[in-house]
Design a protein around this ligand. Structure first.
Ligand code: SAM
Length: 243
């Protein structure tokens, strides 16, 4: 599959020196050598942990865990942490930073997991690459299937198509900020981008209502956060699904 190949290649490019870094939120940041301050990572992981209400007795799975940097950061908050990804190279990167208690290679939509296996599940910045609505809907149903009754699934960083101009503005301003702080060279350009879906919010929430899935739509973590800015943004949203 083409997308999996692209992630395997990215995993090879980032292994070693980039493993464990925040890289997948913005590919160009990795290529330009931008490193997020720990404060920013702490805010992001804190927001995720709070929304998922992570507890020491929880079993937790990160679906589309990539190189495992979020998984590694959240692992101390739960009893048992598992990462799943369809890219073997991404999983190897997660192994190299000892991000987790167990890793599974598998595809969201056809998860090789039993029903009701986990108390908490995270799917962060993954559905953005699923271009077809039917594939997104199948992915959501499959992820919910593996969550226990009473459990939670947080789907993070869904770009709102109605707010894409706000995203472009925020990105331009962040690039300026990085340039001024000396993090970026003059030759910054967008590296070959993965396909990225913009979400039709009424259509997606209509699907959840029709499927009788309880959800909360909330602002997402601001990947362009810098001191003085809001830590959350409206141009991407998160869905918290409670089963
Ligand atoms: C943009 S990265 C995000 C990684 C991580 N969640 C993060 O936020 O740093 C997307 C990850 O999802 C994985 N992925 C994409 N589609 C998938 C699918 N259908 N099943 C399993 N993994 C998938 C990719 O291999 C990649 O590691």
């Amino acid at each position: 599959m083409q997308l999996r190949t692209a992630f395997n290649e990215w995993g090879s490019f980032t292994k070693g020196k980039f493993a464990g870094r925040q890289w997948l939120l913005a590919k160009w940041e990795v290529c330009a050598g931008v490193v997020w301050p720990q404060e920013k990572i702490d805010i992001m992981l804190g927001l995720v942990a709070q929304r998922l209400d992570l507890k020491a007795e929880n079993s937790f799975i990160d679906l589309g865990c990539g190189g495992g940097w979020m998984l590694g950061g959240l692992k101390p908050s739960v009893g048992f942490a598992v990462g799943l990804d369809f890219s073997a190279q991404m999983l190897q990167n997660a192994v190299s930073i000892k991000a987790t208690d167990a890793l599974v290679q598998g595809e969201i939509g056809r998860l090789p997991l039993k029903d009701a296996s986990f108390d908490r599940a995270l799917c962060y910045f993954v559905l953005i690459n699923m271009m077809d609505d039917a594939i997104v809907e199948r992915a959501i149903m499959d992820m919910l299937r593996v969550v226990k009754p009473g459990g939670r699934l947080l789907i993070g960083q869904l770009p709102d198509q109605a707010r894409s101009a706000d995203y472009d503005r925020a990105k331009a301003s962040y690039i300026d900020f990085c340039r001024q702080s000396g993090d970026l060279g003059d030759d910054l350009r967008d590296v070959n981008r993965m396909p990225q879906k913009l979400f039709d919010v009424p259509k997606l929430t209509g699907f959840l209502q029709q499927s009788r899935i309880g959800y909360k739509k909330m602002p997402s973590f601001n990947p362009f956060y810098r001191p003085g800015e809001s830590p959350t943004i409206e141009w991407r949203f998160d869905l918290l699904l409670e089963k």
